[in-house]
Design a protein around this ligand. Structure first.
Ligand SMILES: Nc1ncnc2c1ncn2[C@@H]1O[C@H](COP(=O)(O)OP(=O)(O)OP(=O)(O)O)[C@@H](O)[C@H]1O
Ligand SMILES: Cc1ncsc1CCO
Ligand SMILES: [Mg+2]
Length: 269
């Protein structure tokens, strides 16, 4: 995996405009739809258990996000996830807040066992809690230091038989055998709600067009991080509001030049 492959994957997203079915949280819904549109994908949000299986089957990817979970929605997520599995549609899971409450932790584990995931994406604490590992958040940035995070990601990948992306200051993505570290992004991403959630849906857009799920996830991470760097440059030091708008613009405009110049993806151990 390298910058050129990420560029190729981005071109595929923009050519195919893949339909990404999101069952996500109420905080990030609009930002997620606009971020996917800016990138070049086609978002749809559909939640009723009466229709989620039909929608998941025709989508290029299904994204499940438990940010504002409730039992009705969780039921719909599992119906959608199983339908996607049957149809060969990749399922991307964001276990938002796993570890924060027992209900969230249990639900994250239930979804990860009921549905065959293609990618799970979260911060280190969320991934650890989803696989029953204890994880002490050191400082505000749970992703700091890639040593332990790499071991955690590999363990989760083997346990859940899925690609695992752990994000933070540095991102780690692995299928349990091959690992990539991505050193892109900007601290302002942590000051806009839902940047992690949108990233999970962006991984969905890439998984819809690139069959190699590890490559798809790595491409999404590097392009997302480069877009954030462009946004910070363009928005100056105005703060999170301007950054959020500049970031949507950057997802729309980011291309081969910036990705080849700024992409920092390397093979991990
Ligand atoms: N300190 C940082 N410096 C640069 N980029 C960062 C930093 N922290 C996070 N990121 C980037 O922010 C994006 C979102 O990742 P993060 O780990 O913050 O997700 P999250 O915790 O699920 O966020 P949220 O729950 O707010 O949606 C990723 O692209 C990640 O690389
Ligand atoms: C703030 C918040 N609360 C539940 S989900 C969410 C958005 C970030 O995931
Ligand atoms: Mg999150």
């Amino acid at each position: 995996m390298n910058n050129q492959e990420a560029i190729n994957a981005l071109q595929m997203v923009r050519q195919a405009n893949p339909l990404v079915h999101n069952i996500t949280n109420v905080v990030v819904t609009n930002f997620t739809a606009n971020g996917l549109l800016a990138l070049g994908a086609s978002p749809v949000m559909a939640y009723a258990k009466e229709e989620v299986a039909d929608m998941a089957k025709i989508a290029g990817a299904l994204v499940l996000n438990i940010g504002t979970l409730n039992p009705t929605e969780v039921e719909a997520m599992i119906i959608a996830g199983k339908a996607a599995n049957e149809a060969g549609v990749p399922v991307i899971f964001d276990p938002v807040g796993a570890g924060a409450t027992p209900y969230r932790t249990e639900t994250a584990r239930n979804i990860a066992s009921a549905v065959q995931l293609s990618v799970i994406r979260g911060n280190a604490a969320e991934i650890a809690n989803t696989i029953g590992e204890s994880w002490t958040i050191k400082g505000v940035d749970a992703g700091e230091g890639s040593g332990d995070v790499v071991s955690l990601a590999k363990k989760a990948a083997k346990q859940l038989k899925t690609v695992v992306a752990i994000t933070g200051k540095e991102d780690v993505v692995t299928d349990g055998n091959t690992t990539y570290i991505i050193r892109n992004g900007h601290p302002l991403l942590t000051k806009v709600t839902g940047t992690g959630c949108l990233l999970t849906s962006v991984i969905g857009a890439f998984a819809a067009v690139e069959r190699d799920v590890l490559k798809a996830a790595a491409a999404a991470l590097v392009i997302y991080g480069v877009a954030a760097e462009i946004a910070a440059k363009n928005a100056g030091d105005e703060g999170p509001g301007s950054f959020q708008i500049a970031f949507l613009d950057a997802l729309f405009r980011v291309g081969a030049d910036e990705i080849s110049r700024y992409g920092r993806i390397e093979r991990g151990e």
